[in-house]
Design a protein around this ligand. Structure first.
Ligand SMILES: [Zn+2]
Length: 184
């Protein structure tokens, strides 16, 4: 199903510099990033224009979900704002003529907080509506793990992972010993 290949450092050799997803010739790269504590590991991966575009795209179902979720979030946020405004005005302690600007201010604050909180829920939720093609291009390669000396890359395709492992073994064998010390 999927296979992990460990490389030295962060510079990987990709077979034929072909797109990791569809194996078409590619001149562009995407940067995989992984963060652990304060260390960031970046690996450049060759990918063709079509796959890069697909990687950055959203499926029609995802776009529709986001549109509906935005409208619902907006309405809920406004409801929270109006509720806050009327609640503040009904407090005995502030129920006098100068209270309404404070109630309005708290109402606006409630709208912003509610909309922000709903956005944090909607954004990850919308990923469930990705198309199989987009999922496939996003999952073809990822950084699984890394330390100072090595990076483990996870490939969705076993056959490609085997070719990748071979290409990197050959590249490492060619390097003189002093150059194999990690650059970090
Ligand atoms: Zn491609």
């Amino acid at each position: 199903m999927s296979r992990t290949v460990q490389i030295r450092g962060d510079s990987a050799v990709f077979p034929g510099d072909a797109c990791v997803h569809c194996l078409r010739p590619s001149v562009d790269t995407v940067v995989l990033t992984s963060v652990r504590r304060r260390t960031v590991r970046r690996v450049n991966v060759p990918m063709c224009d079509e796959c890069i575009a697909l990687r950055q795209s959203k499926s029609p179902a995802q776009l529709q979900f986001e549109r509906i979720a935005t409208v619902v979030s907006f309405l809920l946020a406004w409801a929270a704002g109006i509720w806050t405004y009327t609640s503040v005005l009904s407090w005995d302690a502030v129920a006098h003529s100068v209270a309404w600007p404070w109630a309005a201010l708290l109402g606006v604050l409630a709208v912003e907080i509610a909309f922000g909180a709903l956005y944090l829920i909607v954004r990850p939720w919308s990923r469930h509506f990705r198309s199989p093609e987009i999922r496939s291009v996003l999952a073809c390669v990822a950084i699984r793990d890394f330390d100072w000396e090595t990076t483990a890359l996870l490939f969705a395709d076993d056959e490609y992972a085997d070719r990748f492992a071979q290409a990197n073994q050959v590249a490492n064998a060619r390097q003189p010993a002093e150059q194999t010390v990690p650059k970090v």
